[in-house]
Design a protein around this ligand. Structure first.
Ligand SMILES: Cc1cc2nc3c(=O)[nH]c(=O)nc-3n(C[C@H](O)[C@H](O)[C@H](O)COP(=O)(O)O)c2cc1C
Length: 316
């Protein structure tokens, strides 16, 4: 499956693993890259030391390209960016903030720039400023979300830009991948599907909860404050939403959410932590290796695309 996105990154398949704070480390990123996609180390909530250590570890585990996700609102964002540039990874994905002021540093370091984009206006802006590609992330996905669905983004964005588009949000199988490619994407990014892999470091209780979850089990916290986060309904989301609806000040909500990603992903407290995952939950029914995930998705996408050619839309 060679296309301009696989050529841009020098990878076999147009699949990247979304950066996931507290859930994607060197082991997961390297496993995805070794399987022919591109893995991403999530630096959200992490120190510069951890970031450098994980980049070096990933380099020792794979000779294939991998990336780093930088959360632009992180308090240590400047130091993280300097460290990533010094370590010279293949590419970065940039979310939660304005990516443009940081482009020059990455360009100088020879690092490909892939911002995460919620609408057409920003897509055009990052294209004009020199991004190499971008991720459009629909609100079906796990973690921080915007207001448009993946279907709406795939309808709106491709006709308006030229650089490669990577579709994300609710894509967990080959049918989803095929649909995204047919609608104009050059690749896909998946977070939730890679949570259920042997190489993903999240706590076994988190993985079990995701396997048990059904399609309607997720909820979005913080949506009314323009900071929506999709995770599974539990005691934490009930507490948060009650406060949000009652009009509690933002600082109180921030305090309530602080540490909850780590609590769920690392400690395995699936009642009081934020179990971030997307809406396409039924297909997430088993833990596989990253290699199995990628091979299954590519095989199913190829079957789906072949079948698509047989669909007749009018009577003959
Ligand atoms: C547990 C989890 C943590 C995430 N953390 C981040 C993050 O730190 N930075 C980011 O840009 N996106 C983050 N995301 C979003 C993913 O990178 C990806 O875009 C999203 O998972 C795609 O939708 P899907 O979950 O339906 O595959 C996270 C997603 C999950 C599930």
């Amino acid at each position: 499956m060679e296309n301009r996105f696989t050529k841009l990154l020098g990878i076999k398949y147009p699949i990247i693993q979304g950066g996931m704070a507290w859930s994607s480390d060197a082991g997961l990123a390297a496993a995805v890259s070794n399987a022919g996609g591109a893995g991403i180390i999530g630096t959200g909530g992490r120190t510069v030391e951890w970031t450098v250590e994980q980049i070096r570890k990933a380099k020792s585990l794979t000779d294939k390209p991998f990336g780093v996700n930088v959360v632009l609102l992180a308090p240590n964002v400047g130091e993280i960016i300097d460290a990533v540039c010094a370590e010279k990874v293949a590419f970065v994905t940039l979310g939660a903030g304005n990516p443009v002021p940081h482009f020059e540093k990455f360009k100088k370091a020879g690092i490909k720039i892939i911002p995460v984009i919620p609408n057409v206006k920003l897509a055009q802006r990052v294209e004009e400023k020199g991004a190499d590609a971008f991720v459009i992330e629909g609100m079906e996905g796990g973690g921080h979300i915007g207001s448009l669905t993946t279907m709406a983004l795939l309808s709106n964005v491709p006709p308006k830009v030229k650089i490669p588009i990577i579709a994300a949000g609710g894509i967990v199988d080959g049918r989803g991948m095929a649909a995204a490619l047919l609608m104009g994407a050059s690749g896909i990014q998946m977070g939730s599907r890679f949570l259920l892999t042997e190489e993903c470091p999240v706590h076994p209780a988190f993985k079990r909860r995701v396997i048990e979850a059904v399609d309607t089990d997720s909820v979005v916290t913080g949506y009314s404050r323009n900071s929506g986060v999709r995770c599974l309904k539990n005691d934490f989301t009930a507490r948060f939403l009650a406060k949000e609806i009652s009009g509690a000040p933002q600082e109180e909500l921030n305090r309530l959410a602080t540490g909850t990603n780590r609590l769920a992903s690392v400690e395995g407290d699936i009642n009081n932590g934020a179990v971030q995952v997307g809406q396409s939950l039924y297909p997430l029914d088993s833990i596989k290796t990253c290699k199995q995930v990628i091979e299954d998705i590519i095989a199913e996408a190829e079957r789906t695309l072949a079948e698509a050619g047989k669909i007749k839309l009018s009577l003959e």
